[in-house]
Design a protein around this ligand. Structure first.
Ligand code: PGA
Length: 384
């Protein structure tokens, strides 16, 4: 697996959104060969979604041939409730991009037969060819989606009782009142996440440092369900410095050094987006290794220059290397393709000057700040 460490949550959000944009564009989805994306809720992905909306508005990514599956939903909360995950996904993402409504999939926590609803979800995922990229957050107790400690690592979509710690953590969304937090949820299983062809986890904050350490430094364990990603052939964790607080210094240095070796010795041009190496151009094995500047420096300076210009960074950031990545296992017959591919504006972001980028649109005038993060004006309105 890859561990990408960035300074703070803003840099993590940009890295993640940029990665998703590149994966979709590289995949070149069409109607008959859609890109299937699994998506989380929670506070961590909010800024990732802001960037995705921003990329879409700039014409740098299209969601027309993307199919989405949300990870979870509370049981018994009306869909129109502002804290339902249906509302959340619409508010932060779906209402602002060009997803076809029929391509949006969410669990119905008010279904009469909850077990049947969960089975329907699993079948739908299979019907569209499986999930290409599953984005996920984690809880401080190491849960992925609502797979609380003790969940079977083979579990599929089902009804789960929320752990007390999760209910407490989520009370902040219900006026601090634990009694108002639903105690049951529908959630994709650990096995559902594992079945995705790629998994990308976003982990930020000191309160998740123990979970990250359990995930990376200890064995696969159902008490820290996120640790199952050790078994995934194509998994990546993007975290901030605070989340590394419980890792050994040696572990942090190890993963940072991999990124440095990639930058200094191997070269980004030789590494695929998913981290595999298939060719070597301009690679000099005799080149002396010396520590280089933080590879995220470009991103950082872009973020620091003007917080509203958060997307003004080098899109060629591809993370650190791994030894394996099967780039395309998708099985849909492309001969049936209707040829309708997304009309994404091709642009080399590296060639754009700061002035051009500023002029192209992501300005503070287009957004407002919510909890310290930029949210475009359109995103702040509740769709219901
Ligand atoms: P958070 O929640 O992003 O709000 O921290 C993530 C989770 O509990 O899975």
């Amino acid at each position: 697996m890859r561990l990408i460490i960035r300074e703070d949550p803003k840099a993590v959000a940009y890295y993640t959104a940029n990665y998703v944009r590149q994966r979709i564009n590289e995949f070149k989805p069409t109607r008959n060969r859609p890109f299937v994306l699994g998506l989380p809720t929670g506070s961590t992905p909010v800024e990732v979604y802001w960037h995705l909306v921003d990329f879409y508005k700039r014409g740098e990514v299209s969601f027309r041939n993307v199919i989405t599956f949300s990870m979870d939903e509370y049981v018994g909360l009306p869909r129109s409730h502002p804290e339902s995950y249906c509302s959340f996904m619409h508010r932060h993402l779906y209402d602002h991009i060009n997803l076809r409504p029929e391509n949006i999939h969410m669990l119905d926590g008010n279904a009469e037969d909850l077990a049947a609803e969960c089975q329907r979800y699993e079948e739908k995922i299979k019907e569209v060819g499986g999930i290409e990229l599953f984005l996920g957050g984690i809880g401080p107790d190491g849960h992925i989606a609502f797979n609380e400690p003790g969940s079977s690592l083979e579990s599929v979509t089902r009804v789960k009782t929320l752990a007390y710690e999760t209910v407490l953590a989520n009370a902040r969304f219900f006026g601090g009142d634990v009694n108002k937090v639903p105690k049951l949820a529908l959630t994709v299983g650990v096995g559902t996440v594992r079945a995705a062809r790629e998994v990308l986890l976003i982990i930020t904050g000191a309160h998740k440092a123990v979970a990250l350490a359990k995930c990376i430094e200890e064995g696969v364990n159902h008490m820290w369900t996120v640790s199952v990603i050790q078994l995934h052939p194509s998994a990546m964790v993007v975290c901030d410095e605070d989340a590394t607080l419980e890792l050994h210094v040696k572990t942090v240095r190890y993963f940072k050094s991999i990124e440095q070796v990639q930058e200094q010795l191997i070269g980004r041009q030789n590494i695929s987006l998913k981290g595999s190496i298939s060719k070597l151009v301009g690679y000099d094995p005799d080149q002396a290794y010396r520590p280089i500047a933080d590879p995220s420096a470009n991103e950082k300076s872009a973020l620091d220059t003007d917080s509203s210009d958060v997307s003004h960074q080098d899109e060629s950031d591809q993370g650190s290397i791994t030894d394996s990545a099967d780039d395309d296992q998708y099985s849909v017959d492309q001969s049936e393709d209707d040829g309708e591919s997304d009309n994404v504006q091709e642009m080399d972001r590296n060639t754009l000057s700061a002035t051009e980028l500023t002029a192209s649109g992501s300005s503070e005038a287009n957004g407002t700040r919510t909890n310290g993060s930029l949210v475009p004006a359109a995103v702040t309105g509740n769709p219901f």
